[in-house]
Design a protein. Structure first.
Length: 683
């Protein structure tokens, strides 16, 4: 008989039972997700089946808890397990339904950092759900490098972190989004779980230094301060800190640990000495997937939309903009301000709202928002991954009241065929302390062209004395003949600016080409797009990116609809400070330079919220006709006029016949006042 028999460990059979149960659990989960996928495939083809069946989920939860309790399991524990399972089921089905993106054979996605970093993990996870095709995920040294690669077409997507639940917003990434025409097409929320990684075989007592990204070191404050005599070493990022343990002289690595992800530790063959190191259990980073083109997610997915807007610098402007969402019952999930680089102490606002851009509620709210912002960019709609974390078993938000469907062009009123009621929100444009729109009547006057310093100074004096409130004058002239006076260019802009400042009149001048934009921006308050350029879409696109009011003149042969579509170029670029201008069109009639289409004023009022002014001078071509046409325009409901007047018309180098004398201008103002008053407008 063996004197020292090896007694069977009594735990062995129990542990075997646990191992068996685990194996079964995994098999059962695999079976469950296989069924979930099959349901997803049905939902993909049957577009009427909603993605979420809240009622069914409620029933599943009730049964699950009941069964768990009957078997002696605590309800909170069972609820947590089910929550994880259902979250994953949603994601699996979403991925099946929402097959978007470029049709490249291989999708390239960039991120900042290196393999093993939280960014790399989030990118791999998101891409795996977005496409069943091949993907290549590459790390870049800096956020800017990811942006550049995306803009150059090197990659289709870039995944960048925008905010962290502890550290807040990541300014560099927000700046990148502001400065480039990039779109947000998806988001990922990543649970950051820090571990302490060391070379294999090392013990806690060996650790003298811990290196990691400074933010990670800060997040693990409690853990680090519990270790006596251990130095903290800031490192460029968590994954590089882990990789660095394998480099350098042996003694250096054998007393150093790194705070990184579990995956980074595994990737570099390191041991994990401690887990869950962060002070707070919840440490999440939200990433956005950027692309060059916007994408439209399946309408059944709960989505968010990101917007970037600016408002005028006056009291209540932001509240007014935000109230649009409240009125449409659109939930705001984030708001942040960013300074405007060229305007110290003025800001633009990043806003995330629930819903898809073209859903009735949000589309309606965006039409209203455009009317109260000076600039609005829609950054994209994408499936929401933040909303459901704690409420995925709750009812989805009450659907917002159905609003009118999205219009064909966004400057068009919600119901194009219906007359605009008096309270329909109209947009207005602020120029200094002048508001164009909102029941005001704004008279802009001045010579056709800036001809000399003295001429424009005299012109500005005349304009001021007449009661007009803004000064016009072309520095770049679009002349029908190349031999005619082409304007003084930059010199003219400087004289115009000087005259405007001296007589406290904001200035309007025409911008002819994209190259002239910076100079005109620097010297004038309002940019004019002339009739000959209304179809210059490249110019309109550039002007759409500016934060400066634009007067858009109707092309000589353009329909009202074409004028609105040209305005749409400006609006869709983000510039909402658009003023339309009727200036006469070409008809068979030759007794005037052009036929002033007075009817376009009420027609435009019906179709668009944008302010409308009239230029009677270029329509008439004859000073004697300017005043009657101006009066007709005011009576028809125009928000203002732009007229040509010269201090000495006989000397005018341009459009002499239609230039009003100073006295004519005064007379016109006197005749206009009662009509403006009768319209209930304020001069
Ligand atoms: C002008 O206003 O100076 C001008 C050239 O007008 P339009 O573009 O309407 O001809
Ligand atoms: Mn002119």
């Amino acid at each position: 008989m063996d004197p020292n028999p090896v007694l069977p460990d009594p735990l062995d059979p129990i542990r075997k039972e646990i191992d068996d149960a685990d194996r079964q659990l995994i098999q059962i989960l695999a079976r469950r997700f296989d069924a979930v996928k099959r349901v997803g495939s049905v939902k993909r083809v049957d577009e009427d089946t909603p993605l979420l069946d809240t009622e069914r989920e409620r029933r599943i939860q009730a049964r699950w808890i009941q069964d768990a309790e009957a078997l002696g399991l605590a309800a909170p524990f069972a609820r947590r397990v089910l929550k994880e399972i259902l979250n994953h089921s949603h994601r699996v089905q979403e991925a099946l339904i929402d097959q978007r993106g470029p049709a490249a054979a291989r999708i390239h996605c960039g991120y900042q950092g290196q393999p093993g970093s939280y960014s790399a993990l989030a990118a791999a996870h998101l891409l795996a759900h977005r496409t069943t095709g091949e993907t290549a995920i590459n790390g870049y040294p800096a956020f800017q490098d990811v942006g550049k690669a995306l803009i150059n077409g090197e990659i289709e997507y870039g995944l960048l972190p925008v905010e962290n639940s502890i550290g807040g917003s990541i300014a560099d990434v927000n700046r990148l989004i502001c400065d480039h025409n990039l779109h947000i097409v998806d988001e990922e929320v990543w649970q950051v779980e820090h571990v302490l990684a060391v070379l294999p075989g090392m013990q806690m007592a060996d650790v003298r230094t811990i290196r990691s990204h400074p933010a990670a070191l800060t997040q693990c404050e409690t853990f680090l301060s519990s270790l006596e005599g251990v130095a903290r070493e800031p490192w460029s990022d968590t994954a590089t800190a882990a990789a660095s343990l394998l480099e350098g002289p042996a003694h250096q690595r054998r007393d150093t640990g790194a705070i990184c992800s579990e995956e980074a530790a595994r990737l570099f063959g390191l041991d994990v000495l401690a887990r869950s190191l962060a002070d707070r259990e919840c440490n999440e980073t939200r990433f956005v997937l950027l692309a060059r083109e916007p994408e439209t997610p399946d309408s059944r997915l709960p989505c968010k939309t990101s917007l970037l807007f600016r408002v005028n610098h006056h009291e209540g402007a932001l509240v007014h903009a935000l109230s649009v969402f409240a009125e449409a019952r659109v939930n705001l999930t984030r708001i942040e301000s960013r300074p405007l680089p060229d305007m110290p102490w003025e800001y633009q606002f990043f806003v995330d709202v629930e819903g898809q851009m073209d859903s009735p509620a949000l589309a309606g709210a965006l039409i209203k928002l455009r009317a109260v912002c000076t600039n609005l960019r829609t950054l994209g709609s994408y499936p929401s991954r933040t909303r459901r974390r704690d409420s995925h078993l709750d009812l989805p938000p009450v659907p917002a009241e159905a609003a009118a469907p999205a219009p064909e062009v966004s400057c068009v009123m919600e119901v194009p065929s219906a007359p605009a009621p008096a309270d329909r929100s109209r947009s207005s444009v602020r120029i200094g302390n002048i508001t164009l729109g909102e029941g005001n009547f704004v008279l802009i006057a001045g010579p056709c062209a800036v001809e000399s310093r003295q001429q424009i100074l005299d012109g500005a004096r005349m304009v001021r004395a007449s009661g007009a409130v803004m000064l016009r004058g072309g520095a770049f002239k679009p002349r029908t003949s190349p031999h005619a006076f082409q304007g003084l260019g930059l010199e003219g802009l400087k004289y115009l600016q000087e005259a405007g400042r001296q007589y406290e009149l904001p200035t309007v001048t025409e911008v002819l080409t994209i190259e002239d934009i910076p100079a005109v921006m620097a010297h004038a308050d309002v940019l004019q797009v002339g009739a000959r350029n209304m179809h210059n879409f490249a110019l309109l696109k550039e002007l759409g990116r500016l934060n400066k009011p634009v007067i858009l003149k109707r092309g000589m042969s353009a329909t009202v609809k074409e004028l609105l579509l040209a305005a749409e170029y400006l609006l869709s670029g983000g510039n909402l400070q658009v003023i339309l201008c009727e200036r006469g069109i070409r008809t068979f009639e030759t007794s005037t330079r052009a036929t002033l289409d007075i009817s376009s004023v009420p027609v435009l009022k019906r179709l668009t919220h944008l302010p409308i002014i009239v230029d009677p001078s270029h329509a008439a071509g004859d000073r004697e006709l300017v005043i009657p046409l101006a009066l007709a325009a005011a009576a028809a409901g125009a928000d203002g006029l732009i007229v040509e007047a010269h201090p000495r018309p006989e000397e005018a180098l341009c459009d002499k016949a239609q230039a009003l004398y100073p006295d004519d201008l005064t007379q016109m103002v006197a005749a206009l006042r009662p009509i403006v008053a009768a319209q209930g407008r304020v001069w």
